[in-house]
Design a protein around this ligand. Sequence first.
Ligand SMILES: N[C@@H](CCC(=O)N[C@@H](CS)C(=O)NCC(=O)O)C(=O)O
Length: 248
Amino acid sequence: MNTKKDIVLHQFPFSHFNDKARWTLDFKDIDHERVTYLPGPHAGPIKKLSGQTQTPVLEIHGEIIAGSTGILKRLETMCPDPALFPPKHAEAIDETIQRFDGEVGPATRTVLFSVMLLHGGYLTGMFSTGKGFLTRKLYRATFPLVKGLMAKANGVTEANVEKSFDITRQTLDEVATRVHATGYLVGDSFTAADLTAAALLAPLANPEHPDMRRPTPVPTDLGRLLDEFRDHSSIAWVNTMYREHRPG
Ligand SMILES: N[C@@H](CCC(=O)N[C@@H](CS)C(=O)NCC(=O)O)C(=O)O
């Protein structure tokens, strides 16, 4: 089939929007290569590659696709089996994805960053996992200079943090109700709606998967933040989706 370099995912590690793309590639068993960027310094090369600065970006035989849902749909066309968009539920799946991409993903990120930004060493260490010693040191050293920009980029203002907590709590309650009957958000099997929701809630659940499991030890107040959500049945649902549908 494809040789490794035909398909390249340009990504941030541990990022929930990026995990939608990683999950889809793994779910469809698509051989690919991953190029991992540091948030901040990523902007130049990603802009050059895709004309915008957000990750994930997927390169398929030179075709560039930016945005996690565009990537999901492109991979569904390329490898329809196993299906993530069963045609009879396509509209409901799209609606769910739109809501999570537009509102819930940004909200869970703001909630997490509101605490992580207080721990520069932990945050920069996490995002530079796998990089060389000097790169990690330099990234850590520049954190105080870019902290404000990171706060702005991730919506960390007092009013937005409060709103993001509200959206997060409401969404967890809503997911619990929606999955009660079948275990899935749309229909009675795993679809792109579940993949999207589970990935975008994953920062709260900290699932066991190596692409998303946070480095330990976790700062105390980040642990306390996760404790607030730990016993919610939707967090158990996220972990179940990762365990049952997210390949190794
Ligand atoms: N709607 C986009 C959102 C992607 C997104 O927010 N990516 C963040 C990381 S989670 C990013 O690249 N931020 C850096 C930037 O905006 O320059 C998607 O679904 O892919």
